[in-house]
Write a protein of this length. Structure first.
Length: 246
């Protein structure tokens, strides 16, 4: 039986690349993003590759949390069920604290944290009724330490990681797997304006690693594991003066 995955933020970046990778592996796709025309183009591209899997697309801004559950339900019904939910939609707006940029912080939290939580909540309600499933959430290495000019981004990514840890405890014994992924720098529109992107990997490589981690139902993982598993330890102990210069 074909497994099916629901992906938010599927119109570009990691979401789009993972959709392509999972389709190539034979997974059905339920795709949501703000730009539905991009999703339709992606659907056509997959069909043109000769890949025949169930696919459905919907417009969705996860910051509009009241729309998340209904859109998820519509997509799940259209493709005949969902086995995996990939809460991926995210933004990074580079706000600074106390510089009259709080609107950026509010939007970042609304998408990366509140929107992701709404996605996970809808997924878990569905999986509890279904009898099982797999929830995958995107955090970030930025969750490990508050970074300058990325305060809300770091906070939102730390928040979703902790939320998913709580979910794992709440659903223990209920046949719901939970995966938390911590990407480093993957070449996406979210970060391609930055001057410094250490240990950068291609979008295609990042998608392959993420797909592998999803299929293995890994509890948590850095993407890629090397060198970020080591760098993560250093980030936690670096003096604030060093962090301030990053």
């Amino acid at each position: 039986m074909t497994k099916k995955i629901f992906i938010t933020g599927a119109s570009s970046g990691i979401g789009r690349a993972v959709a392509l990778e999972m389709a190539a592996r034979g997974y059905g796709l339920a795709l949501a993003a703000r730009r539905v025309e991009n999703l339709e183009q992606l659907r056509d591209e997959i069909k043109q590759k000769g890949i025949d899997v169930p696919m459905a697309v919907r417009a969705l801004d996860v910051a509009d949390t009241d729309r998340v559950a209904p859109v998820f339900a519509e997509l799940a019904e259209e493709i005949g069920g969902v086995d995996i939910v990939f809460a991926n939609a995210g933004v990074g707006l580079g706000e600074r604290i106390g510089r009259n940029e709080f609107d950026k912080a509010r939007k970042t939290v609304a998408v990366n944290l509140t929107g992701a939580m709404a996605t996970v909540d809808a997924a878990v309600a569905y999986f509890l009724a279904k009898g099982g499933g797999h929830v995958v959430g995107i955090s970030s290495v930025a969750a490990l330490r508050g970074m300058p000019k990325s305060s809300a981004y770091s906070a939102s990514k730390a928040g979703i990681a902790v939320y998913l840890e709580a979910l794992r405890a709440e659903t223990l014994g209920k046949n719901i797997d939970v995966t938390v992924l911590y990407p480093g720098y993957i070449d996406t529109p979210l970060n391609n304006m930055l001057k410094n992107r250490p240990f950068l990997i291609s979008l295609e490589k990042g998608a392959r690693i993420i797909a592998d981690r999803i299929e293995k139902k890994t509890r948590s993982a850095f993407v890629p594991a090397w060198p970020w598993a080591v760098v993560a330890r250093l980030l936690k102990i670096l003096p604030t003066g060093v962090i301030a210069r990053m």
